[in-house]
Design a protein around this ligand. Structure first.
Ligand SMILES: NC(=O)c1ccc[n+]([C@@H]2O[C@H](COP(=O)([O-])OP(=O)(O)OC[C@H]3O[C@@H](n4cnc5c(N)ncnc54)[C@H](OP(=O)(O)O)[C@@H]3O)[C@@H](O)[C@H]2O)c1
Length: 333
């Protein structure tokens, strides 16, 4: 039977139903594509003033370097006072002095809390709680994180490295949020951003523990977002591929690898623009990362065995290159 005869043999009401279903599916498909493109290239995020006027406070963890340091700079420029939390007191004090001088006209106030998240000490969290007790905290940036020093198979990962990654990335973020979020819930407004990673979005062999820790943060953050929404607190996970920091060990920026300044500008400028993504309360601020994520989510998917095997090969190659580099450096010394 020819296709035209086949169609003619279908009763007219059923033909109309099929056309209706087809048109609806196509419109849905088109809408989801347009929504993604508009969010990635055009939409601005929630204005940070929603969470607090100038002079309210932002708490930034892992603040002494990389993205945390950049978050501190850009939040200060927007008029937020800062509580900087990180491991090395001297680096925190230097940054605090630099910021206070740069933003003296705005009367910027900066407090520092030095703590090693890997130690998981109750007294450190108590000290942080005491420091912020009477502050109007508007924003929390859960940025502190550690990855593997180089890609490594799980069986070769040292017990200390895996313990530190889970303690810093997971427990550190949870316990800091338990200290800070009640202040926001009392104010009935606030913003909590937590640094996720593409390694948590798609399973990443040879960074298995880091990948698991960031996947943990995805579910935790999305759950928390639903819990705190009625109390006026917005919670988002921030997804990213590589950025030029000490952690990535990449110095030169490129189309896919922004520098901290541009990444953080996008992270603070596009809060809450991830409605096209699979995971709720999650956004991918840097445009090329977002485009990549969107294409993968619309096609093969981040959980597909093909995606995981490409990721495996990529990280095995990075490991080989890192080992060769270490060998060359050892010979030089
Ligand atoms: N860079 C990337 O390519 C990338 C990609 C996706 C997601 N991320 C995520 O983004 C976040 C920031 O990464 P980054 O690249 O900016 O890292 P980074 O340059 O290595 O900076 C890490 C910051 O965290 C602090 N820190 C590390 N371990 C600590 C500990 N045990 N206790 C207290 N503070 C500690 C460091 O303090 P000290 O200065 O004292 O060492 C530093 O201020 C992390 O959560 C990371 O997983 C990064």
């Amino acid at each position: 039977m020819l296709p035209a005869e086949l169609i003619a043999s279908i009763p007219a009401p059923f033909q109309l139903l099929l056309i209706g279903v087809g048109a609806l599916s196509f419109a849905r498909f088109l809408f989801s594509y347009l929504r993604g493109l508009v969010a990635i290239f055009m939409l601005g995020g929630t204005n940070l003033r929603k969470y607090g006027k100038p002079g309210t406070w932002a708490v930034v963890t892992g603040a002494s370097d990389g993205l945390g340091k950049e978050f501190a700079h850009q939040l200060a420029s927007k008029g937020f006072n800062l509580v900087l939390v990180s491991r090395t007191l001297s680096k925190l004090e230097t940054l605090a002095a630099e910021l206070e001088e740069k933003y003296s006209a705005k009367g910027l106030q900066v407090k520092v809390v030095a703590m090693d998240y890997a130690q998981d000490r109750a007294e450190d969290y108590a000290a942080l709680a005491k420091e912020i007790d009477d502050l109007e905290v508007a924003i929390l940036i859960n940025n502190v994180g550690q990855s593997h020093s180089i890609p490594v198979s799980f069986l070769e990962t040292s017990p200390k490295e895996l313990q530190d990654i889970v303690t810093i990335n997971c427990l550190g973020t949870l316990k800091t949020t338990q200290v800070v979020a009640p202040i926001m819930a009392r104010r009935r407004k606030g913003l909590i951003l937590t640094m996720g990673s593409f390694a948590g979005w798609t399973p990443t062999p040879y960074l298995a523990t880091y990948s698991g820790s960031k996947a943990f943060l995805q579910h935790w953050s999305t759950s928390l977002a639903a819990e705190l929404k009625p109390q006026g607190v917005d919670v988002h996970l921030v997804l990213s591929y590589l950025i030029t920091t000490a952690m990535s060990k990449i110095r030169r920026s490129s189309l896919m690898i922004p520098n901290p300044r541009n990444f953080v500008k996008a992270a603070l400028g596009k809060v809450g623009t991830g409605s096209y993504q699979t995971a709720p309360s999650t956004y991918t601020p840097w445009w090329s990362h977002a485009l990549f994520l969107w294409i993968v989510e619309k096609t093969v998917g981040p959980m597909h065995p093909i995606t995981v095997s490409i990721n495996l090969k990529m990280h095995q190659d990075i490991r080989k290159r890192a080992l060769r580099k270490a060998e060359r450096e050892a010979k030089k010394n």
